[in-house]
Design a protein around this ligand. Structure first.
Ligand SMILES: O=C(O)CCC(=O)N[C@@H](CCC(=O)O)C(=O)O
Ligand SMILES: [Zn+2]
Length: 332
């Protein structure tokens, strides 16, 4: 296998490859751009016109998606997977990956869309670098642009695999992309209702990519992901990469549950209290009238929405950040 096929090994060891550019026997060019960043270019005659950004490890302890990208990179470097798409592989937070932690000083996935410029430290610098890699990759005109930012969640979930679809004022969510996610085994999509500060929000809002955060199961250490079944997603990624994606009907969203974000619960102070069991699962339903959280100066978060559910409840986030999302069923 070509040395650049060991992107994960190089990244975990903090090593730089001696050769930065390598060609597979099939003429696919691998280019190591920097720590955790690998650009893959198919031969011009084979190019399908798709630019595909695959990122993982934006949270360092979310290892199943990192292992998935590692399998893809290795298969390309061995010549077993023959790309017809341009691909950019990004491992988001190498230092947090080495430590097996979500982040070291601050959550990179709250530092996009310009937030990194108002902050300092290596994670802010890395968010800026990830934006620049993505912007350079998505700078070619007249190509399809798709970004999947792969994650796993802190807690268990009533719906195991789901996506978050970013929002930009005036831009419609694509039924075709929803159908593609369904075909990749995704069971639910959360339609955001304001532009966020995550990596997928950045590529969606600024780089005109179709972009999603994919939540693929529960976060576990490297080598302990037997319960995370990525078979359908992996098969779909293989077919997208090789330009042989099976036809799918963009009118058919059968079985895909759609939700819209009703409210983000923001933690304003150290007095914030979340009234949920520590082991509550994502997508748990909450009744109207339920006192969800309390904060400084008598602030109360009471459920008003019929059919409300909670995802990502986390009272330990920094002040000013979201401590949970209230969602409600939606249609497109
Ligand atoms: O399990 C949790 O509480 C967090 C899981 C996670 O890392 N989710 C992403 C979602 C990103 C998005 O909103 O698009 C995150 O919180 O960064
Ligand atoms: Zn994550």
């Amino acid at each position: 296998m070509l040395a650049l096929g060991k992107l994960l090994e190089l990244t975990l060891a903090g090593r730089e490859p001696t050769e930065k550019i390598q060609l597979t026997s099939g003429g696919v060019r691998l280019h190591w751009l920097g720590e955790g960043a690998l650009d893959v270019t198919p031969p011009a005659t084979e190019d399908s016109g798709l630019d595909l950004l695959l990122s993982a490890g934006v949270h360092g302890n979310e290892t199943a998606p990192i292992e998935l990208l590692d399998r893809l990179v290795q298969a390309i470097a061995r010549g077993q997977l023959k790309p017809r798409a341009r691909i950019l592989f990004l491992l988001g937070n190498p230092e947090a990956m080495r430590r097996g932690e979500r982040f070291v000083e601050q959550d990179i996935n709250r530092l996009f869309n310009g937030r990194h410029a108002e902050s300092s430290g290596f994670e802010a610098m890395r968010a800026g670098e990830l934006e620049r890699y993505a912007a350079a990759f998505f700078s070619k005109p007249e190509r399809a642009r798709l970004h999947y930012d792969l994650h796993t969640a802190i807690r268990g979930s009533k719906i195991e695999q789901f996506a978050l679809y970013p929002y930009v004022d005036g831009r419609e969510h694509s039924r075709l992309e929803l159908a593609r996610l369904r075909a990749a085994g995704i069971d639910a999509v959360l339609l955001q209702s304001k532009t966020g500060i995550t990596f997928s929000s950045y590529t969606y809002a600024h780089l005109d990519a179709e972009a999603f955060t994919l939540e693929l199961g529960k976060a576990r250490p490297f080598g302990s992901n037997q319960e995370v079944n990525l078979d359908r997603l992996e098969a779909r990624l293989h077919s997208l990469i090789e330009g042989r994606e099976p036809e799918f009907d963009d009118g058919n969203l059968d079985g895909l549950q759609l939700f819209s974000v009703s409210r983000e619960i923001i933690k304003h102070s150290d007095s914030f209290q979340l009234h949920l069991a520590p082991d509550i699962e994502n997508f748990s339903e909450l009744p109207v009238g339920y006192l969800l959280a309390e904060d400084i100066a008598g602030t109360r978060w009471v459920v008003e929405e019929e059919g409300a559910r909670i995802i990502f409840p986390n009272p330990r986030v920094r002040n000013g950040l979201r401590a949970g999302i209230l969602i409600v069923p939606a249609d497109v």
